[in-house]
Design a protein around this ligand. Structure first.
Ligand SMILES: [Zn+2]
Length: 289
């Protein structure tokens, strides 16, 4: 088994590694690393465990912004710091400047006929596309946008329908966001029975996305990244100071630690986009060799 992992890692790192069919980036909003690790160790997340079979769990840190939903998702989906995006925290944000989101990078690089992009979001404010919200410009270029306050089951079904649709057309990048664990965190605290139940519902809904890939026969050609925007406190029902995060991928051969800013360069590199050429330059590094 170790030998197999070693061989796969070598193949991943080689220049001959084919570009994948698509990338799916999923945010499980507001889940601390220790909460996730306890659930994985207790076999409480069958679908995430399945995804990790040949994959990697990466320690991700927030180093330059307040850990909340709006600043976290701005960084996860741009790779830039708040000084560059103008998205600092819940009460201090604006539209991310034109062209800086990963959706715009991909549409600009490949051309709109050569990639499908989609946002399936369950929180209107932090991921909304109305004028004045951070993802206003992204909303103009994505092929599909869904942004309503929704539970995991609904997000899972909309996201899996998007996979069936775009996955059969060609190259794609899909972002999906699950809010349920953060909602349970605000109401009951991190690691509470209610939050654990919410995380397990999110795992089930993530399984719907994986099933769609299986049904299309493109699981092996699709890279998955599952991460969180910030952790959550157990005592106070908030996320102050929760900057030690995680990301799970279905692929081997990744760095084991990284910055939240590294996620976009990683997505771009995995799709074969030369991220070093982007302007403004990323102060970040892809998590794959
Ligand atoms: Zn959040």
């Amino acid at each position: 088994m170790l030998i197999l992992i070693f061989i796969l890692s070598i193949e991943m790192g080689s220049a001959a590694s084919p570009d994948p069919y698509g990338v799916i980036l999923i945010s499980w909003d507001g889940i601390s690393k220790d909460t996730l690790e306890n659930l994985l160790e207790g076999d409480g997340l069958p679908h995430l465990t399945n995804l990790l079979e040949n994959g990697t769990i990466i320690n991700i840190s927030i180093t330059d912004h307040y850990p909340d939903s709006i600043a976290g998702h701005a960084q996860i989906l741009t790779g830039y710091s708040p000084e560059q995006t103008g998205v600092f925290k819940s009460m201090r944000y604006g539209e991310i400047p034109l062209g800086m989101t990963v959706f715009e990078r991909l549409e600009d690089t490949f051309g709109s006929d050569n990639i499908s992009t989609a946002i399936i979001a369950s929180q209107e404010k932090s991921l909304g596309t109305l004028k004045g919200l951070p993802f206003y410009h992204a909303g103009r270029v994505v092929d599909y946008y869904y942004g309503r306050n929704s539970d995991a089951g609904l997000v899972g079904s909309v996201a899996s329908e998007s996979v069936y649709h775009f996955g059969s057309l060609g190259r794609f990048f899909i972002f999906a966001h699950f809010r349920d664990a953060a909602d349970a965190g605000y109401a009951y605290g991190a690691g509470s029975h209610e939050q654990i139940a919410a995380i397990q519902e999110i795992d089930e809904a993530t399984g719907m996305i994986l099933q769609a890939l299986d049904d299309l026969g493109i699981s092996d050609k699709t890279v998955l990244y599952v991460t969180t925007d910030h952790g959550f406190n157990t005592g106070p029902k908030d996320h102050t100071g929760q900057i030690s995060l995680w990301m799970v991928t279905n692929e081997p051969g990744y760095n084991l630690t990284g910055d939240q800013k590294d996620i976009v360069p990683t997505v771009l590199k995995r799709l074969g986009v030369p991220y070093h050429e982007m302007n403004p330059p990323y102060n970040a590094t892809a998590l794959i060799p």
